[in-house]
Design a protein around this ligand. Structure first.
Ligand code: ADP
Ligand code: ZN
Length: 213
């Protein structure tokens, strides 16, 4: 199955992607994670993306479209995949449609702006392996230490309050129109994000188990 996860920054796409990845044994592909890795290893693409990302802006379409094209060409995507954070603009969605990987379902996780700000302020990321935690909703066993690899947890630069406001603005202007785009294709499913992650997950899995129309 080929799945897209839509939703505002911090709506919980990454967590849902992890669950689906395990359940269906298909790779979860996060453009944000790929870009952060490129940034860390200092590639040219990483350098180009840095200033946009840190300002809460979208990285230019041609860069992320290139990233996705390259990633979807790998063998592990043959049986399906989950896209987390792509597409984020109509131009990206149209490019994806042209790549020849017909998408089955688009799951939009809806969370109010107010809740987004609260969630993102508590988000922590492992400096070493990229695992994501939340001080309240998904705490690590030992504060500040990654359960998976023992790495140090820190707050992303773009998770600071001012940048979050900018990211929400960008989301409403450029990404939200994708709901209508996929609604018209008959692929859109809406999940109300719940305070408890397990409740959101239950709804997501129910949608995936529905017979394909
Ligand atoms: P979140 O979903 O919490 O916003 P991501 O890790 O998905 O976090 O994205 C972080 C940043 O990476 C974005 O703010 C943007 O700068 C860049 N980015 C990720 N995916 C895309 C995309 N599809 N198009 C443009 N920029 C992207
Ligand atoms: Zn880790």
């Amino acid at each position: 199955m080929k799945i897209i996860l839509l939703g505002a920054p911090g709506a919980g796409k990454g967590t849902q992607a992890e669950v689906i990845c395990e359940r269906l044994s298909i790779p979860a592909i996060s453009t944000g994670t790929i870009i952060r890795e490129a940034l860390k290893s200092g590639t040219e693409m990483g350098r180009k993306a840095k200033s946009y990302m840190e300002a809460g802006q979208l990285v230019p379409d041609e860069i992320v479209i290139g990233i996705i094209e390259e990633r979807l060409a790998k063998g592990d995507c043959e049986n399906g995949f989950i896209l987390d954070g792509f597409p984020r603009t109509i131009v990206q969605a149209e490019a994806l449609d042209k790549m020849g990987f017909p998408i089955d379902k688009v799951i939009d996780i809806e969370v109010t702006d107010e809740d987004i700000v609260a969630r993102i302020s508590g988000r922590r990321v492992c400096d070493n392996c990229g695992a994501i935690y939340h001080v309240r909703y998904k705490p690590s066993k030992v504060e500040g230490v990654c359960d998976k690899c023992g790495g140090t947890l820190s707050q992303r630069k773009d998770d600071q309050p001012e940048t979050v406001k900018e990211r929400l603005k960008v989301y409403h202007e450029q990404t939200e129109p994708l709901k209508e785009y996929y609604q018209k294709q008959g692929k859109l499913f809406i999940v109300e994000g719940e305070e408890h992650i397990a409740d959101t997950t239950r709804k997501t899995l129910a949608i995936l188990e529905e017979a394909q129309s």
